[in-house]
Every structure is written in structure tokens, then in C-alpha cells.
Design a protein around this ligand. Structure first.
Ligand code: NDP
Length: 343
């Protein structure tokens, strides 16, 4: 079976392409440019023509110009992961426009021309799930939506807010647009939809970052969390995590698992505070703290998690095989260490 993949040169995407190929799928990968896909093209060169690349320079124009119209006729399934995620980029990014228009354009092509397509998997985010109207500590599930977070706080201007705000809005609005398009066309299409909602994705990268700043945004955030001094308030803050290999495996399984059809699925392994992260790392690899690069934080702060995600649906559909925080943290650190960043 042949899969059209967008975002295949990203942190999550390269693992997805690898697992697709290992599972015997063939891949048609869309890149913004051949140059931006240099690493990934080299990495998968041993697979020969089992993986092919096409260039879609501007995914937001794809609908009107039909950039995906031809590609969707050649595949049995689509995995759409491309979306601006670099919230630490120095360049200004129109997160909402690219996320919403990019996502709807490929789906419109699938509606019109994807006659062989049986399933479409779209990567959303837990950012589209966090419902600020629920009192914390909160445990969110797939019924929750980030409707509140798309509002600009009173007295603020959207253009002054951090890119994380715009990224969050982009993920909420893109996922909403996908469901609307799918529901509007359900009667006339031969495919069904699976939405994957990961929290902060960690784990080893198959890309080639030279410095921590070259990592994708979730790993940059985790690097910063573990390697810089934090205030007690920051140390108390909670995040949910998942391993990139588990998220990638889930994208691949989502193509072939019947029960996943028509579902929105949160793919979280668990939640933890920044401080508890430091405590776990200290237990696992105390020797790494000697160089002073990884910080101990303040072990006395309150470590109660304020948000978490109910894993019931993903366990029911995909089983309970996700990596634990210990494995995820150890493997992420080992990857940083192998790159010489912890000396
Ligand atoms: P990366 O930044 O590594 O990958 C982003 C991918 O999107 C790249 O392939 C990138 O291609 C592509 N992309 C970005 N902007 C554009 C654009 N304007 N036009 C075309 N393609 C574009 O991030 P991740 O691998 O972490 O993210 C992949 C997906 O997973 C995203 O949808 C993200 O929102 C989602 N996600 C990620 C989480 C995480 O913690 N990492 C958590 C939840 C969801 P290019 O190289 O050309 O920029």
C-alpha cells in the first residue's frame, strides 16, 4: 500500500516514514523543497524507489493550484503531519494560516480526487484538547477542546503574544477545520479520518542537529527545561509527554486499525512537573549532574501535576505498549550525550 506523507522530514515524520517502510508500505513524501528534505532523502536512499519525494512549495496554495490533486490519486492513504511547529523560530511564521490552509487543502484534494484513498491520518496536538474552562487539576479526554485558548486575553494584542499562543490557536483551528470538512463530505468519500493528539514529544532524533538549538521545538523545550536554572513557579509547572517512536508507531497503526476510523485519539504516556523530571533524571543518571549542564532544580517544590490526559481510548484502540517516562528520559538524554552536549 502506498501512503502520501507530509512532514516526513520533521522530528516525528522521519520516524513515521521509517516505520512505514519497515512495515512494507511505500511512501510518497511531500517536501517544501528538495533541499529541506536533503537529510531525509539521504537517510531513506537505501530503500530505493519504495520512497519517492515530490515538492509542494506552498501547501497553503495547494488547494487552488491543485498541488496535491495528482498525488492523492496515486495513494491508498494519507498521513498529514506538516504544520509549522517551530515556536522558537527567529523568523515570523503565520502559524494559523499555514496550519489551517495547509490541512484543508490536502483534504480537499483527497475529497475530490482521492478515489483509492481509504484512510487519512492527521496530526493534531494536545494543544487542541486543553480546555482552560475546566478547573485544574484536570484530566482531559477526547471530548475536551481548546476553545478558550484561541481568545486573545483581555488587554493584549494577538501580534504581541508569544508564538506558542499562535501555534496553539493553529492546532485548534486546523483540527476543527478537518472535522468540519470530513463531516461535510462524509457521504461522498471512500475514506475515514483519524486524528492523533500528542502532548510534548520526546525521544531520540533521526535528524542531524549540530547544537540543541537545531532540535525541533519539543526537544528544545525539554533541553531548556532540564539544562537551565528555573524559578520555583516554573519547576512546579506540568507537561505531558510521549516517546516519538510510540507516536510514530501509532500513526502507522492508525492506517490499518479499523476501530481508529472516525476517532480523535490522545497519545500521551503520562504527565509530570519540571521538578519531578529533574528528580527522575537524578535517580537515573546522577553522574550527568556533575558537569552542571543538567540542573537539579529545587527538590522541595510541590510536584502535584495540574493537567493530565485520560489514556483509555488509545489503550483500547492501540494497546498499552507506550514507553515509560524512565525509558523516554534515558533515551533522550543518551541521544544528547552521544552528540557531545552533556560534557
Ligand atoms: P518539526 O518542526 O520537526 O516538523 C514540522 C514539519 O512540518 C516539517 O516537516 C516541516 O517541513 C513541516 N512544515 C512546517 N511548516 C511548513 C510549511 N509552511 N509548509 C510545509 N511544511 C511545513 O516538528 P514535529 O515533527 O515535532 O511536528 C510534526 C507535527 O506534529 C506537527 O503537526 C506538530 O504540530 C505536531 N505535534 C508535535 C508535537 C511535539 O511535541 N513535537 C506535539 C503535538 C503535535 P520544513 O522542514 O519544510 O519546515
Amino acid at each position: 500500500l502506498r501512503v502520501l506523507v507530509t512532514g516526513g522530514n520533521g522530528f516525528i515524520g522521519i520516524w513515521v516514514v521509517r516505520f512505514l517502510l519497515e512495515q512494507g508500505y511505500t511512501v510518497l513524501g511531500a517536501l517544501r523543497s528538495l533541499d529541506r528534505g536533503k537529510k531525509v532523502r539521504e537517510y531513506f536512499a537505501p530503500y530505493g524507489d519504495k520512497v519517492q519525494w515530490l515538492v509542494v512549495e506552498d501547501i497553503t496554495k495547494a488547494s487552488s493550484e491543485g498541488a496535491f490533486d495528482d498525488a492523492v490519486t496515486k495513494v491508498d492513504a494519507i498521513i498529514h503531519m506538516a504544520s509549522p511547529a517551530n515556536v522558537f523560530s527567529a523568523e515570523p511564521i503565520d502559524f494559523v494560516k499555514v496550519a489551517v490552509d495547509g490541512t484543508t487543502s490536502i483534504l480537499r484534494s483527497a475529497v475530490k480526487f482521492g478515489t483509492q484513498v481509504k484512510r487519512v491520518v492527521v496530526t493534531s496536538s494536545c494543544a487542541a484538547v486543553v480546555d482552560r474552562s475546566v478547573k485544574q487539576p484536570a484530566i482531559y479526554n477526547e471530548e475536551n477542546w481548546g476553545d478558550e485558548v484561541i481568545n486573545v486575553p483581555p488587554g493584549k494584542k494577538a501580534e504581541d503574544l508569544h508564538p506558542i499562543f499562535h501555534y496553539t490557536v493553529s492546532k485548534v483551528l486546523a483540527e476543527k477545520a478537518v472535522w468540519k470538512l470530513y463531516n461535510d463530505h462524509k457521504a461522498e468519500i471512500g475514506w475515514d479520518l483519524v486524528i492523533i493528539n500528542p502532548p510534548l514529544v520526546l525521544g531520540p532524533t533521526l535528524l542531524d542537529p549540530k547544537t540543541p538549538a537545531d532540535l525541533n521545538a519539543s526537544l528544545v523545550r525539554w533541553w531548556d527545561m532540564t539544562s537551565s536554572e528555573k524559578s520555583d513557579d516554573d519547576l512546579k509547572s506540568t507537561y505531558a509527554y510521549v516517546d516519538v517512536r510510540d507516536v510514530a508507531t501509532t500513526h502507522v497503526l492508525a492506517l490499518s486499525t479499523d476501530e481508529a476510523g472516525g476517532e480523535r485519539i490522545i497519545t500521551s504516556s503520562g504527565a509530570i512537573t519540571y521538578q519531578e523530571t529533574g528528580d527522575v533524571l537524578y535517580t537515573l543518571r546522577p553522574e550527568l549532574f556533575a558537569s552542571g549542564i543538567i540542573h537539579r532544580g529545587n527538590p522541595d517544590v510541590d510536584k502535584t501535576v495540574s493537567i493530565n490526559y485520560d489514556p483509555a481510548k488509545r489503550k483500547r484502540i492501540f494497546g498499552d505498549t507506550y514507553r515509560t517516562k524512565e525509558v523516554i528520559f534515558l533515551d533522550t538524554l543518551a541521544d544528547f550525550q552521544a552528540r557531545g552536549w552533556l560534557e
